[in-house]
Design a binder for this molecule. Structure first.
Ligand SMILES: Nc1nc2c(c(=O)[nH]1)N[C@H]1C(S)=C(S)[C@@H](COP(=O)(O)OP(=O)(O)OC[C@H]3O[C@@H](n4cnc5c(=O)[nH]c(N)nc54)[C@H](O)[C@@H]3O)O[C@H]1N2
Ligand SMILES: Nc1nc2c(c(=O)[nH]1)N[C@H]1C(S)=C(S)[C@@H](COP(=O)(O)OP(=O)(O)OC[C@H]3O[C@@H](n4cnc5c(=O)[nH]c(N)nc54)[C@H](O)[C@@H]3O)O[C@H]1N2
Ligand code: SF4
Ligand SMILES: [Mo]
Length: 691
């Protein structure tokens, strides 16, 4: 029999992180046979990481869900029957409509994990049209703090402009060679470093990039807000700031100056463990090498003090004149596509802002998705109103939300839970209905829409999905017709893509041909229209702070948790190069690279506790206990342990041992940062011992 020739497709990687690498994908007989980085890639220039190379393994994996499943035993018992898509969608619709009739639409929530493509915005549209203000997402610990604080401070979310040369780059709790943040940015960073751009790294671990850095500040986890205040102290005391910009374009400089005056490098050194002379050195370099760019990562938004951390770093960018300048932290201009507001149709639910669960907890305005803790509280306590049903897509909350036991209790208590995923996860195992999703390479999608980076990426399909696997956007479109006014939905879900692209004048096919669409490069836009804040200037001191009931100036109000002699070590985590959060531990190629959950621990500390390389250890906080495997490394501070996050055991049966090695068994959702409902994921007191 004649075998088909390999055909090559140009598309973008997706669902292995935020996506970003342009790929050349070879396929034959509806199977992907080869993946290569595309040298013409706008962001990656040929680069592809181990996850990208393994990404096709998902499609043909035996663990993959291949038909809708209905629970037949007790919840979580693992007994299922296969049902048709028609039955699945009808059952979902009738359960969701039933809860709506009894308790109101807001008692049904729509949940999403890390945004993967157009499906997040489709889900928000679905929730809105159904009448529920509650889309639950993980933004409390991922991006809302920096984005929303940015909007209130300077009118936008300042992202690094890696496309123009910077005078200096600071990686502040960001490790872009492992966790390629919001698209593939490590190639662009490495290119800059190759051209001699100096680098500062703020990280408790000596990462590969810290090795290359001109200055490495080994910070105590959870004290980034203090460090940023000390940077401001040095820059203001030594008058290194951009006087012209500060005079003309900021408000509250005087107040900020008095606020930071107490945060001397000496005082902050005691808090952060960074030597005072290194703090001075870092601050001076940041202020003098303009334009300087700060690539900020998750750690600044994973403690209860995240608002202070984000605000202090924003003030730093502003006073040094690094906002919206080429090579600094910019407000990218989006290409001409449908606006997010139009796509999600928030105009059709005017009560949304007041009705969202977090509005009852005093969250900051413009926080558009609900922090997971408030969702779980509403389920468990019925406050501020009951939540009884949930549809969750692209997420594994049992592993990804702080306090996994609380998540378990909440999911078990729901009247109805439907989950779409590509394999049965610990979360999906608790559902009433499990829907088999199609995944990357199996349908047309648009990447980076709505992420604020000024470009969108084409992800044309390469192969057909298994017969009964549906793209999330198709599930949404079909469910939408049954639970909301059908005129807002389409004959084919692909029409949603055409809607997004319409203003650009391109069809999806033409867009795919181009590969990406980018807005024009325009900088210092404030010169024309001012900053989009109430005062038209960068608000170092927030003019509406009282109204929003948030602190007007950044401050240091303490460590994330008080010190505790019973738990002498400080816990943190980082993302693994080989996995995405809790995803893909079932892919053999990736498991081979990192077969076990590894806790990084300093050799001196290990010796003190009699722990050897590769041994099983117990990590314990006041909240919980887990087991991982010790990895001894001098690259970490002796008082810090970096515990692998996202681990469950796909080869285990039933519920996949989701408690055993799961970092979020160690975290708590009791103490929260008020602005974003953020729990402490970092800087937690802990102890270790041999298992
Ligand atoms: N302790 C701690 N907790 C954290 C973090 C941390 O650093 N520490 N990080 C936080 C951050 S930054 C984030 S973004 C969240 C991430 O939270 P989640 O996004 O919930 O994390 P994942 O574990 O990646 O779960 C994603 C799920 O989507 C499934 N999936 C993949 N592709 C598709 C698809 O096309 N369709 C469908 N329906 N499903 C698909 C995967 O199989 C996986 O089960 O976690 C947060 N939680
Ligand atoms: N391979 C891979 N890539 C990913 C992801 C993934 O799960 N795996 N997730 C994606 C998602 S959703 C996101 S949001 C991004 C997140 O990517 P990042 O923002 O880079 O987040 P992390 O990898 O959690 O942490 C980055 C660095 O912060 C350091 N760190 C730990 N605690 C602290 C602290 O308290 N302060 C400071 N300054 N540094 C600290 C860690 O040692 C680590 O080197 O990555 C995306 N890309
Ligand atoms: S860095 Fe991200 S986008 Fe690039 S290949 Fe890896 S997973 Fe895909
Ligand atoms: Mo994230």
């Amino acid at each position: 029999m004649n075998k088909e020739e390999t055909r090559w497709f140009k598309t973008h990687c997706s669902r292995m992180d935020h996506g970003g690498c342009a790929l050349l994908v070879g396929a034959r007989d509806n199977r992907i046979v080869k993946i290569k980085g595309d040298p013409e890639g706008f962001l990656n220039k040929g680069y592809v990481c181990p996850k990208g190379l393994a990404s096709a393994d998902r499609l043909t994996h035996p663990s993959r869900l291949r038909s809708p499943l209905r629970r037949v035993g007790n919840r979580g018992q693992g007994k299922w029957e296969r049902i048709s898509w028609t039955d699945a969608i009808e059952e979902m619709a009738s359960r969701m409509n039933g809860i709506k009739a009894r308790y109101g639409a807001r008692s049904v929530i729509f949940g999403q994990g890390m945004p993967k493509g157009l499906e997040l915005f489709g889900l928000i549209r679905l929730a809105t049209l159904f009448g529920s203000p509650n889309v639950i997402a993980v933004q409390d610990v991922c991006h809302a703090p920096r984005e929303v604080s940015g909007v209130h401070t300077c009118g936008f979310y300042p992202v690094v402009d890696f496309h123009h040369k910077s005078g200096l780059i600071v990686l502040w709790g960001s490790n872009v060679t492992s966790s390629n943040e919001e698209g593939q940015i490590c190639s662009l960073l490495l290119e800059q470093l190759g051209k001699g751009t100096p680098l500062i790294v703020v990280d408790p671990r000596r990462t590969e990039l810290a090795e290359k850095a001109d200055l490495w500040l080994q910070i105590r986890p959870g004290t980034d807000h203090a460090l940023a205040l000390a940077f401001l102290n040095v820059i203001i005391t030594e008058e290194l700031y951009d006087k012209a910009f500060v005079d003309e374009w900021t408000v509250g400089f005087h107040e900020l100056s008095s606020r930071v005056s107490e945060f001397t490098p000496e005082k902050v050194s005691a808090i952060t463990w960074v030597p005072a002379d290194l703090i001075r050195d870092g601050a001076r370099r940041y202020a003098s090498c303009r334009p300087a760019a700060i690539q900020w990562g998750n750690p600044i938004e994973q403690t209860v003090n995240t608002f202070d951390a984000a605000r202090a770093i924003l003030c730093l960018m502003a006073v040094c004149g690094n906002l919206d300048v080429p090579g600094g932290n910019i407000q990218p201009v989006d290409p001409d596509v449908l606006s997010l507001a139009r796509f999600v149709r928030s105009d059709l639910l005017p009560s949304k802002r007041k009705e969202m669960l977090h509005a009852f907890h005093g969250a900051i305005p413009k926080m558009m998705t609900v922090p997971p803790t408030y969702f779980r509280k509403a389920v468990l306590e019925g406050k501020p109103y009951p939540v009884r049903g949930a549809y969750i897509q692209c997420a594994n909350p049992l592993l990804a939300y702080a306090d996994s036991s609380m998540t378990f209790d909440a999911l078990m208590k729901l009247d109805f839970l439907a989950v779409s995923d590509i394999v049965l996860t610990p979360t999906a195992a608790l559902a009433d209905l499990v829907l088999p999703a199609a995944t990357s390479f199996e349908f047309n999608d648009i990447g980076h829409y709505g992420l604020g980076h000024g470009y969108i990426l084409a992800r044309p399909k390469v192969v057909d999905p298994p017969e009964e696997c549906w793209p999330d956007i198709r599930i949404i479109n079909e469910l939408g017709k049954l639970i909301s006014p059908s005129e807002y939905w389409f004959d084919s879900h692909e029409d949603l893509l055409e809607e997004v692209l319409k203003p650009s004048g391109l069809s999806f096919a033409a867009f795919a041909e181009k590969g990406y669409l980018k807005g024009p490069d325009r900088f210092r836009k404030y010169l024309d229209a001012g900053f989009s804040t109430p005062t038209g200037k960068v608000e170092l001191m927030l003019s509406q702070a009282e109204k929003m009931s948030v602190p007007p100036l950044p401050c240091f109000s303490g460590l994330p948790e008080e010190e505790d002699p019973d738990y002498p070590l400080v816990l943190t985590s980082c993302k693994s190069r080989y996995y995405l959060h809790s995803s893909y531990r079932w892919i053999e190629r990736l498991r081979k690279s990192r077969p076990q959950p590894r806790t990084e621990i300093h050799p001196e500390t290990a010796e003190r506790y009699g722990i050897r390389e590769g041994e099983e250890i117990v990590v314990e906080t006041r909240r919980g206990i887990i087991t991982q495997v010790a990895h001894l490394t001098p690259a970490i501070h002796p008082r810090v342990v970096c515990v692998a996050y996202g681990w469950w055991h796909p080869l285990g049966d039933g519920q996949f041992d989701w408690k055993k090695s799961n970092y979020n068994m160690l975290t708590s959702a009791e103490k929260l940062g008020k602005e974003f409902g953020t729990p402490n994921l970092k800087g937690i007191s802990c102890r270790v011992r041999k298992a």
